[in-house]
Write a protein that binds this ligand. Structure first.
Ligand code: MN
Length: 307
């Protein structure tokens, strides 16, 4: 489908609303001001000022109101193509990177971290041994996280299970992650201002178009100089650093939970998690479990059957 996004002022937005008033749908899209159906074209105006035109005459219709926000280059279809749109010398630039941990684990929080590694700190990070957190032991991760935190600016966000369970029914997992990455990035940009990173690299968890769709719903959105790639930690140490800080925080939270409950709380979402969840249910029911586990996972039902 043809999609064009423009950004307009509040004034233009009101003019649009007036012009389309006969075609405004009685439909609620989150964070939208109004939705219009004109012929085969759907126009969604977001309170952020972004307006999305979808359909055959998207281009023509959008051109009336403003200039199209240029789309990022589409990745080519080759295997390594996903990275074709990255700046060539990316690993040498001053980059703000972000990554998250815990989304696939039944127990524990979702932690998201943004870290800013400028050119001057790259060699020090490398000397610390910063690399893919999956290639490091838990002990190494904790030690390294402390050193990284002393060395470079970062912003860590922790969504504990209790909070997660409150948000989860309205925010799907992807939208929640987009909101968290966006928030961590925005807060870190504030911290380092007036310094601006040359690129913002997000360890990719959803197609770029999806990210942009959800980020447009956020009050403060960062949508400039954004780059996405899977295995982001291999493309810049900022992502590797962010990944290590997120993982260390996730491990700390699991430890805290283990101490509070007096049992070892595992990560992941396997059979072990079902058993531990069953123990928690026996101890304090769902009221207790909701503080430690992401209840919408299938593990909850399996644990209930075990009890
Ligand atoms: Mn990741």
């Amino acid at each position: 489908m043809n999609t064009v996004v423009i950004k307009v002022s509040q004034k233009v937005m009101s003019q649009m609303k007036e012009a389309y008033k006969g075609n405004i749908l009685n439909k609620k899209v989150p964070h939208s001001a109004f939705v219009v159906k004109k012929g085969s074209t759907t126009i969604t105006a977001y309170t952020s000022g972004k307006v999305m035109f979808q359909g055959e005459s998207a281009q023509r219709e959008a051109a009336v109101w403003g200039e199209e926000i240029p789309k990022k280059k589409k990745p080519s279809s080759s295997k390594r193509g996903a990275n074709a749109s990255l700046p060539e010398n990316l690993s040498q630039l001053s980059v703000l990177g972000s990554d998250e941990v815990g989304n696939g684990s039944y127990f524990g929080p979702v932690t998201v971290c943004a870290a800013y590694a400028d050119k001057e700190h790259l060699s020090e990070l490398r000397e610390l041994g910063v690399k893919d957190s999956k290639a490091l032991t838990d002990t190494q991760i904790r030690q390294m996280a402390e050193k990284i935190k002393e060395l470079i600016p970062y912003q860590l966000l922790v969504v504990n299970p209790e909070k997660y369970n409150q948000i989860q029914p309205t925010y799907n997992a992807v939208r929640m992650k987009v909101a968290l990455h966006n928030q961590a990035i925005a807060l870190l940009l504030e911290k380092i201002a007036p310094v601006k990173p040359e690129a913002i690299l997000i360890d990719q968890f959803t197609p770029e178009a999806n990210y942009m769709k959800y980020v447009a719903m956020e009050r403060t959105m960062v949508d400039q100089r954004l780059y996405f790639t899977t295995k982001g930690e291999q493309y810049h140490l900022a992502v590797a650093a962010a990944s290590i800080i997120s993982r260390a925080s996730f491990l700390d939270e699991l430890d805290k939970a283990s101490t509070e409950l007096g049992m070892t709380i595992p990560s992941g979402a396997g059979a072990k998690s079902d058993q531990v969840a069953a123990d928690i249910l026996r101890k304090g029911g769902l009221e207790l479990l909701r503080n430690y586990a992401k209840l919408h996972f299938a593990n909850t039902e399996k644990a209930q059957k075990l009890v």
